[in-house]
Write a protein that binds this ligand. Sequence first.
Ligand SMILES: NC(=O)c1ccc[n+]([C@@H]2O[C@H](COP(=O)([O-])OP(=O)(O)OC[C@H]3O[C@@H](n4cnc5c(N)ncnc54)[C@H](O)[C@@H]3O)[C@@H](O)[C@H]2O)c1
Ligand SMILES: [Zn+2]
Length: 367
Amino acid sequence: MTIRVPLIEQRDASYDILIEAGLVRQLGAILKKYCPAAAYAVISDSHVGKLYGAEIVKQLSGTGCRAELLTFPAGESSKTRETWASLSDQMLAAQLGRDSAVIALGGGVVNDVAGFVAATYLRGVALVQVPTSLLAMIDSSIGGKTGVDVPAGKNLLGAFHQPRVVIADPDLLGSLASVQLAAGLAEAVKHGVIADGDYFAFLEAEYAALFAKHAPALERLVRRSVEIKAAVVAQDERERGRRAILNFGHTVGHAIEATSKYEVLHGEAVAIGMVYESRLAESIGIAAAGTAQRIARVLELLHLPTERPDASQVDELIVAMRNDKKVRGGEIRLALPRSIGDAYGSDGDGWTVAVNEDAIRQVLVNT
Ligand SMILES: NC(=O)c1ccc[n+]([C@@H]2O[C@H](COP(=O)([O-])OP(=O)(O)OC[C@H]3O[C@@H](n4cnc5c(N)ncnc54)[C@H](O)[C@@H]3O)[C@@H](O)[C@H]2O)c1
Ligand SMILES: [Zn+2]
């Protein structure tokens, strides 16, 4: 199945997302069609590189392509300028030219760092995303955002760099740890809440099959989530309007992530964030009653946390939210749901709601 991301602002950067079990075994043929290049730098992390890297390089070499595998230690702590510099230097040392391409093989960390390498190497080379975590498949590999973390904060240096093609092969999820699977499922729940009530109901009904990685359920999930994210991104490539709805759960979520010193996984923090933000939406009269409870229930079924960690103090969370780059003019702006399947907002009035800190504090303290 192919989903096109028709970028309106930059039509020639439009690209396809291919979704099918077993696609990675046809990588050579796919690259020939979508991204022919003189050489490929296959960038991966230490876990994924070990599992799939050598096989992919062997496959590409077998079809007569030059391919180099470059890996870095797995984990968010590697999403740095230093990793970006080291990968770029290794590509220069290997004398990869402007006619080469980067293949980002891994989770969101690899997507972001390798994408940023591709965006800047010799002022930009072609990029192919091969996401291997659920979060990367349905979220980070789509939309063209790349970058690294710096001491001042997460994702603060980066570039928009659209891939030539995204290759989503659900078979790769077979080796993914359950906690990482659950973290990706949190973003799927978000997609249901902001865009599609029937999809949310599917997650409620099929939670057990999803958590057990049953192929048909997982493929349907990847397909629908990709459709939703691609549709939102296509209309707002550079995040000036509607794309803000993808931040549902992320204002509180980012604060939880940051105050936990990144011990809480991104998807887990977003799960908790969605519960508090939907309670907030109910308390200020935007969301229908019962919305938060239904969201919390499906997250629990998917083995995700729904309450903020005790250690995270409310004041610290508020400070972290103030520091988040989405805060404008002293107000905390949030993307909120009206009901399951319907995000608040419009092009005229904006897609986020300004909420005063006291209302947020109340929700964080009282529940
Ligand atoms: N660019 C964007 O639009 C965007 C959107 C959302 C998130 N992100 C970023 O994505 C990152 C989180 O992504 P993530 O959750 O995928 O983290 P990750 O890349 O660290 O992957 C999580 C863990 O799973 C392992 N892994 C990945 N695929 C595997 C597989 N198939 N089998 C076995 N192990 C596998 C990785 O090695 C890692 O240890 C964050 O840095 C976040 O900022 C970016
Ligand atoms: Zn997210």
